[in-house]
Design a protein around this ligand. Structure first.
Ligand code: FAD
Ligand code: FES
Length: 288
């Protein structure tokens, strides 16, 4: 069993068999980018999964297709579930093709989330790469609800191109707030983009925070998370205060099957959010 640590959430899936999915109905479908869709789900009957914490994920089951791990990307008012899915393969394609009224199976929530409450009193640097923003969004909502409990809040959001930026309008709204600083950057853009161009790490030197009192949450492609963590360490942020969300192929999601093994850890049971200080030696290996 993993040792307890800030942000821990231990949740059984649902009453009864831990792998039994609960039927949810698709209430709304929103297109975020050409290959990314946000689904709003509601319980089909009275049975529902337990409330989630920011950074946790659910297993979404499309009947006759299969199951995929998908992070919770929004708050859950009235037991609704918000999930943002990018088409990658079989299951995610089926999820992005769902329409209102369709049914999906849901089990979860699983995993350890972001240590949002344990970071009170500290500066926060939140760095998202591409589809890394959806798993961070519930953490940001919790920070916004308790804004006075945190020091500086710096958000860096990056994507391959402007059309790959998810929640673009919402992020523009955050940019108008005076109690946060939001930097948005893309790897490459045409002449119609007036914002920053460059990978997210290029924005770290300009980020405003006090290193010794800073906690960082990073989510995105593995190489982006590794380089971002290194850039923060170069600015004297402690590797113990840097948290990253790992992704591995999931099957059971409850620590039984070993599919998600990463070094000595199972990402479903010991993650997905883990300390950079624990992951650093593994991230530097070619194959784990
Ligand atoms: C904790 C966690 C949270 C996640 N959150 C989200 C989310 O919010 N939105 C979202 O769109 N996706 C998310 N994913 C990724 C998603 O689970 C995979 O893309 C999905 O399982 C792929 O299934 P598929 O049947 O569509 O693709 P497949 O047909 O199974 O595979 C397509 C390709 O993707 C690779 N692949 C499959 N799963 C993963 C994985 N987990 N990591 C890296 N490569 C993989 C396969 O090896 C293959 O090359 C998350 C994964 C994890 C572990
Ligand atoms: S998915 Fe089975 S042990 Fe993690």
């Amino acid at each position: 069993m993993a040792a307890s640590r800030p942000g821990d959430v231990t949740s059984s899936a649902v009453a009864g068999h831990p792998l039994a999915p609960v039927p949810y109905v698709v209430r709304a479908v929103a297109t975020e980018t050409p290959d990314t869709t946000t689904l709003t789900l509601e319980p089909r009957a009275t049975k529902r999964i337990p409330r989630s914490r920011p950074g946790q994920f659910n297993m979404l089951y499309v009947f006759a297709v299969g199951e995929a791990a998908i992070s919770i990307s929004g708050g859950n008012p009235d037991g609704q579930l918000i999930h943002t899915v990018r088409t990658t393969g079989k299951v995610t394609s089926a999820l992005t093709r769902l329409t209102p009224g369709d049914t999906v199976g849901v089990r979860g929530p699983y995993g350890h989330g972001w240590p949002v409450a344990d970071s009170k009193g500290r500066d926060l640097v939140i760095v998202a790469g591409g589809l890394g923003l959806p798993p961070l969004r519930p953490a940001l909502y919790e920070v916004f609800r308790n804004r006075e409990s945190y020091g500086r809040v710096e958000i860096i959001d990056g994507a391959r191109s402007p059309k790959d930026l998810v929640f673009y309008d919402e992020v523009q709204g955050w940019r108008r707030r005076t109690d946060l600083r939001v930097q948005v950057t893309v790897d490459a853009a045409g002449k119609d983009w007036y914002g920053d161009v460059g990978v997210v790490t290029t924005r770290i030197p300009d980020a405003r925070f006090e290193p010794e009192r800073t906690t960082a949450f990073i989510c995105g492609p593995e190489i982006m998370m590794k380089l971002t963590a290194q850039a923060l360490v170069a600015r004297k942020v402690s590797p113990d205060a840097i948290w990253i969300s790992m992704e591995r192929n999931m099957k059971c999601a409850i620590g039984f099957c070993g599919h998600c093994q990463y070094g000595p850890s199972f990402v479903c049971r010991d993650g997905p959010v883990m300390r950079y200080s624990t992951l650093e030696p593994l991230l530097n290996l070619k194959e784990v």
